[in-house]
Design a protein around this ligand. Structure first.
Ligand SMILES: *[C@@H]1O[C@H](CO)[C@@H](O)[C@H](O)[C@H]1NC(C)=O
Ligand SMILES: *[C@@H]1O[C@H](CO)[C@@H](O)[C@H](O)[C@H]1NC(C)=O
Length: 507
């Protein structure tokens, strides 16, 4: 059996100055009692075992096997080998002392045919053992049902562009509730719809690599919303009473604002928030339901200009609006950074016509902020507070689970920049809770360990733990940020110290 290894060497490491916290007039800040702390991963990014037992290929297996699709030429065949070594993941979680672990389930591992006619014993057994292992160690499982690895067999029928997917997804959800719902009490149906639908059906960036920009991607969003709602209604009607859990959705809620304070730019910021976030959140969390009005109007206008006989944005019938509205027991909130938008410098033809980007019709950047090595994690902590307030103000202060927040680097064990990022973002979360009255109950660091970062492959590093991908055992070592987060959890204080001790330890 593998357990973790500890040697006695203690390294004193200079971390960050306490300057910023002192500027706030305090040396440390208490983590509010109601806020649980954890980490997250996703199946395709960590499991490997891509053809283990009777698992069928997912769209990301297929995509990453096409030469040239992944920037660094790696694939997801093995990644961290968590399918084999999950016990070591649990040991790492114990070492951190987390309250919970958010992971996702691979649909083609559980249902190799895509449909619920055949449940893989090995596949469901793997997740059942993982859940048992977590609970035995006092770690609460939070389970994402879909984190992008759709069975390829369902993609062959159109995937999210086929309205039948809502039924296939509901059947899959039932399998999961029945097999794991006695122990899993927090379900997340989908992770980040924009990323898997707009990038997946409107660009070549993400699987399934279908370019149906401004039409197929929008259709896929409608189908996803109905699939999500079906899974929620199923839980609500048939499982909630006996299993006593909750079910919701996670939406990428990066902040978008106008580049200046001019009325036009402010309105542009509102429009972009509707495209980027409201497209998914408004139908579920708003009082009226349905897609955001600004978006409906903009896409209708553009579609007419382009000679389409009707808007490219599919309509939701009043029945569909009612069916989708109110179908999340919490707001799952992923956040990494903020972008600033302007129409200055935007020219027709800059983006494909039609497309999501052309419908927005603006350009954006990170403003005055220094771009991070992984750009979409550029540190702009106040943007997180603004995004949390956007959710609070638009949706009547729902309970928010921060289901992802983190910083990407290109490697190295001494990750002062990552600690700096966490420190400032968590500080911003505490402001949102204590000053603004946002109702935030979970905070999740992305990610437990380095993993397969989609189109960037294995080169983009998000881990609190560094993974040695050249080593058969995929040895994991805590980065400085892991020790920092561990201290945060142990003391429940957001503190700035000039040095910390890194134990030489590996898993
Ligand atoms: C991953 O699997 C595919 C399909 O079998 C294979 O072509 C590819 O070489 C494998 N990748 C590695 C790194 O072995
Ligand atoms: C936060 O949300 C939960 C669930 O809706 C609710 O029970 C609780 O009262 C809310 N807390 C605050 C401070 O609004």
């Amino acid at each position: 059996m593998w357990s973790f290894h500890l040697v006695t060497a203690i390294l004193a490491v200079s971390l960050v100055s306490a300057k910023e916290l002192r500027n706030l007039g305090t040396e440390e800040r208490e983590i509010p009692e109601g806020l649980k702390l954890g980490v997250a991963t996703a199946s395709f990014q960590i499991e490997g075992g891509w053809d283990a037992a009777d698992k069928s290929p997912s769209i990301w297996d297929v995509h990453s096997h096409i030469p040239g699709k992944i920037e660094d030429g790696t694939d997801g065949n093995d990644t961290c080998k968590s399918y084999e070594y999950y016990q070591r993941d649990i040991n790492m979680l114990k070492f951190l002392g987390v309250d919970f672990y958010r992971f996702s389930i691979s649909w083609p591992r559980v249902l190799p045919h895509g449909y619920a006619n055949k449940i893989s014993k090995e596949g469901i057994g793997y997740y059942s053992d993982l859940v048992d292992g977590l609970l035995a160690n006092g770690i609460q499982p939070i389970v994402t049902m879909f984190h992008w690895d759709l069975p390829q067999v369902l993609q062959d029928l159109g995937g999210w562009a086929n309205p039948e997917i809502a039924v296939w997804f509901e059947d899959y959800a039932r399998v999961l509730y029945e097999a794991l719902g006695d122990r899993v009490k927090i379900w997340i149906t989908m992770n980040e719809p924009k990323q898997f639908l707009i990038f997946g059906y409107g660009t070549t960036r993400f699987a399934p690599d279908i370019i149906s920009a401004g039409t197929g991607d929008y259709l896929a969003v409608k189908n996803m919303l109905i699939a999500h709602a079906r899974a929620w209604h199923l839980y609500d009607k048939e499982f909630r009473e006996t299993q006593k859990g909750i079910c919701g959705i996670t939406i990428a809620t990066d902040f978008r604002e106008g580049a200046t304070n001019s009325p036009d730019d402010i309105e542009l910021g509102n429009l972009v928030m509707d495209f980027e976030v409201g497209f998914y959140s408004h139908p579920i969390f708003s009082k009226t339901g349905g897609f955001p009005e600004r978006m409906i109007k903009r896409i209708a206008e553009k579609s007419a200009e382009q000679g389409f006989p009707r808007s490219r944005l599919p309509e939701l019938s009043q029945d569909e609006i009612n069916f989708i509205r109110g179908t999340s027991d919490f707001y799952g909130f992923n956040h990494y950074s903020t972008r600033f938008y302007t129409t200055k410098g935007y020219e027709r033809g800059m983006y494909p016509i039609p497309s999501y980007d052309d419908d927005i019709g603006a350009v954006s950047d990170y403003g005055i902020y220094k771009e991070a090595p992984i750009r979409h994690t550029t540190k702009i902590p106040n943007g997180m507070r603004k995004a949390l307030n956007w959710v609070k103000d638009n949706y009547d202060n729902p309970e928010v689970f921060i289901t992802e927040n983190g910083y990407g680097t290109l490697g190295g064990k001494n990750d002062v920049d990552r600690i700096d990022y966490y420190k400032d973002y968590i500080n911003s979360v505490l402001d949102a809770i204590e000053v603004d009255g946002c109702n935030i109950t979970y905070y999740t660091a992305w990610s437990l360990m380095d993993n397969f970062e989609w189109d960037s492959g294995l080169s983009a590093k998000f881990g609190l733990f560094e993974v040695d991908f050249d080593d058969e055992m995929r040895t994991r070592r805590p980065r400085h940020s892991a020790i920092w987060y561990r201290n945060l959890i142990a003391t429940r204080k957001l503190a700035f110290t000039d040095e910390t001790h890194v134990e030489e330890i590996w898993f």
